[in-house]
Design a protein around this ligand. Structure first.
Ligand code: NAD
Length: 423
């Protein structure tokens, strides 16, 4: 079975070689600081007790508190969570924000839980991991199948445990309890800024460029909406049930697709019963067909490992922008590089999310609130600068954008790491 952590280590090894890091240091960077597994007992609505497994990986705090999302998914593994925690470490360094990297997962199919069970699981997660969390220690956020409501339960539970309100302990909260303006769509917004830079470099026409987005959750939906509003042509969308293709190459308004999807109601008040496939007037396609469409921009925004070697050989997109974490396998990466299809890597493309989280954390620590305009005015220059730095690093080292981004990030992590160990 593919190992996302092995993939992430290959990426790390390539960058370490380019930076000519000593072998012992390379070895040290391959090991996460801490991996914690915890049992989370949950009283189900039937009265029976079920024990779920939660995993938190704290990969590195060399540059600041551990930072990374919590995923609720039946296929969560320690290997996957460790890979994502390493990617978070690199991502925070690419955008140069003062956080390290972490990630959490709970092995659960959350769509099979009632709202009460979901709340008890979320609060149980916090009780299990509270001793290793905290605003200056480790700050979780939402990821796949977790959202602001779940963060609200978690921060509430954390406050009960420590005996005071502690909004900076979690990010991605609802605005009413210390969330930040623009956080809900900051991953997509950061992606838009990156895409605008990319389009200039590739000399694509922003109002004619066609786009296919895989995944219609927090990241995929908001980015599709922002791109649509900026004039890009959204020709294909998908979610876990399948995809849709617009009939005459017209641009689909993601808001209308969402409306149709939401008409079927919600599971546990959180997860849509419906799918993008419920829309009429579109041609049904599979997720695989979406990845092979002849579009200008292909945007994977769901899960990892979807762009395999086989897909990379058949891909017809002009460029790929990784809004999901780890969607491209190393084999696919090499093929795409040979085929001169640029891949904007996850650690740059979706870094708007953690940057939005950083702004939320900063506002909570300082007890201030910034307007949406103020948040976006800070986000844009940070994303543009990161894109330009990655582009230059890739050119200088004659490597793909992923390796360029990793070299840039790794140098920053190593500098901080060495300072720490010397202290
Ligand atoms: P989400 O739970 O809101 O949405 C996930 C979407 O993916 C849903 O539309 C779901 O139907 C779809 N999906 C699930 N399995 C699929 C499959 N097999 N094929 C196609 N679609 C499938 O999650 P999200 O927060 O949007 O996260 C999506 C990706 O972006 C993940 O890789 C996550 O790690 C990454 N990411 C999220 C954030 C954030 O702020 N939420 C930030 C950075 C990166």
């Amino acid at each position: 079975m593919a190992s996302p952590f092995r993939f992430a280590l290959l990426q790390l090894a390539r960058a370490s070689e380019l930076l000519a890091l000593p072998q012992d240091l390379q070895q040290a960077l391959r090991v996460p600081d801490r991996v914690i597994r915890a049992a989370i007992p949950v009283r189900m609505d039937t009265g029976s007790l079920r024990v779920f497994t939660g995993i938190r990986v704290q990969y590195s705090n060399a540059r600041g508190p551990y930072k990374g999302g919590i995923r609720f998914h039946p296929q969560v593994t320690e290997d996957e969570v460790t890979a994502l925690a390493l990617l978070m470490t690199l991502k925070c360094a690419v955008v140069d924000i003062p956080f390290g990297g972490g990630k959490a997962g709970v092995i659960v199919d959350p769509k099979r839980l009632s709202k009460g069970e979901l709340e008890r699981l979320s609060r149980g997660f916090v009780r299990a991991f509270a001793p290793i969390l905290g605003p200056t220690v480790d700050v979780p956020a939402p990821d796949v199948y977790t959202n602001p409501q779940i963060m609200a339960w978690m921060v509430g539970e954390y406050g009960k445990i420590v005996g005071r309100s502690s909004p900076a302990a979690f990010t991605g909260k609802p605005i009413e309890i210390g969330g930040s303006a623009a956080r809900e769509f900051s991953t997509g917004q950061g992606g838009l800024y990156v895409i605008q830079e990319l389009v200039r470099k590739l000399q694509l026409h922003p109002t004619r460029a066609t786009v296919a987005v895989q995944g219609f959750g927090n990241v995929g939906y908001h980015l599709a909406e922002l791109l649509y509003d900026a004039g890009f042509r959204i020709v294909a969308l998908s979610d876990s049930r399948g995809g849709i293709l617009s009939k005459n190459g017209d641009s689909m308004d993601p808001r209308n697709v969402l409306k149709t999807k939401e008409e079927r109601g919600f599971i546990a008040g959180v997860y849509c019963v419906g799918s993008v496939c419920d829309g009429k007037n579109f041609k049904a396609i599979t997720n695989q067909q979406l990845l092979e469409l002849p579009v200008d921009l292909l945007i994977p925004a769901a899960l990892e490992g979807v762009i395999t070697g086989a897909i990379a050989r058949r891909a017809k997109a002009k460029a790929i922008v990784e809004m999901a974490n780890g969607p491209t396998t190393p084999e696919a990466d090499a093929i795409l590089f040979r085929r001169r299809i640029p891949v904007v890597p996850d650690i740059l493309a979706n870094a708007g999310g953690v940057t939005g989280s950083y702004f939320e954390w900063l506002q909570n620590m300082r007890r201030v609130h910034w307007s949406e305009r103020a948040v976006l005015a800070r986000l844009k220059p940070l994303m543009v600068r990161a894109f330009q730095s990655v582009w230059v690093a890739a050119r200088n080292y004659r490597v793909d954008l992923r390796t360029g981004a990793t070299v840039l990030a790794l140098q920053r992590v190593v500098d901080a790491w060495q300072e720490h160990r010397r202290a």
